[in-house]
Design a protein around this ligand. Sequence first.
Ligand code: AMP
Ligand code: GLY
Length: 422
Amino acid sequence: MRVLVVGNGGREHAIIQSLKKSKKIKEIFAIAGNGGIAYDATTVDMNVKDVEKVAEWAEKNKIDFACVAPDDPLVLGAVDLLEEKGIPCFGPKKDAAIIEGSKIFSKNLMKKYGIPTANYETFSDMDSAIKYLETQDMPIVIKADGLALGKGVIIAENLEDAKSAVKSMMEDKVFGASGANVVIEEFLTGPEVSVLSFTDGKTLVPIISSMDHKRALDNDKGLNTGGMGTVAPNPYYTDAVAKECMEKIFLPTMDAMNKEGRTFKGCLYFGLMLTPKGPKVIEYNCRFGDPETQVVLPLLKTDLFEIMQAVAEERLSEINVEFKKKSACCVIMASKGYPEKYDKGFEIVYKTSRKNVFVAGAKLDNGKLLTNGGRVLGVTAIAGNLKNAIKKAYKKVGKISFENAYYRKDIGQRALKAHGDK
Ligand code: AMP
Ligand code: GLY
């Protein structure tokens, strides 16, 4: 089998390292991949958002199966185009990817089907949005409707900040067309849990839970980032919570998408908050999370490719999806200055194996791997318990170097406290 993975970050590298274990696969291609992915797959230089070109390339190069990983090509309909060319895919079609592509769609879906989420109102007109804010308690959450590179959510502590957030989205258009419509919602509190799942529209199998660390600095300070590290499983996600989520959130979401004629096939991501009133959905993603994938896939025991094929063929119920009874920790090594300004082009030197070191932003230059992005590497380790997984991940980080490397020193500490330091 010739398999194509669309995407170019650490998440895609984790998917590729996992797929490489499958005996069914002969060759893996990545569009566009990156310098680190090039160690594990044949990379093809192309913009992932040029979905027509991606589909044409896949047809011409006799791809047997494709996995489309990032939100943009999914929302742009990459899976529809690939399937039109007869290439089976893992990933939702455009009409289902809207669950991430439009927050207004997903909030209305939850309201219609009684899926627990924060109370909200949607606005297409700035004056009405501002009038509404004046009647609300603070803090309050303002979200751009469309995709905004994970930056379209603003938590405003007071009315003045809330108003300026609405203005920046609707008048100054800082997120372009994505902010033409906004959701204003109630501020929730409680631990956050990421639960990714495999679903073919008939069966839904939750993947081991995880915890992201979104802020740039230790102790959850600093700016929001694409994610500075993850651990799995998430200690707050007990069996009782898992059962409640399955009954009240996961299966109802799968059914709701079916009822809307938008059957979701692929990885459906649930961003949850465990509030005092029970688990609520903070966001849906139509894809594997980044950097959650970098901790959950190394814990997967079952052949990932077999799962992906079963999802595409709508026979996921036949597969016994199993996870190792271990813990994983991923520490993101970033370029100093990320998520704002940073320099690139520094050589990355490994004194450890490349296994479970997932490259997010690097390029190959004359055989040298050079930093080429804000988030550079996701360094994952697995152990029998979380404490040792954290220790091992940091030990591995210590064996990889590049100039201006920055990483958080406290990945997993919150989870460890919840565990009673084990
Ligand atoms: P998102 O981009 O949707 O993942 O949101 C980014 C982050 O904003 C989430 O991970 C939460 O920490 C926070 N957030 C989003 N919605 C809410 C809410 N209604 N209440 C409190 N925090 C929220
Ligand atoms: N880690 C959050 C996301 O992938 O959107």
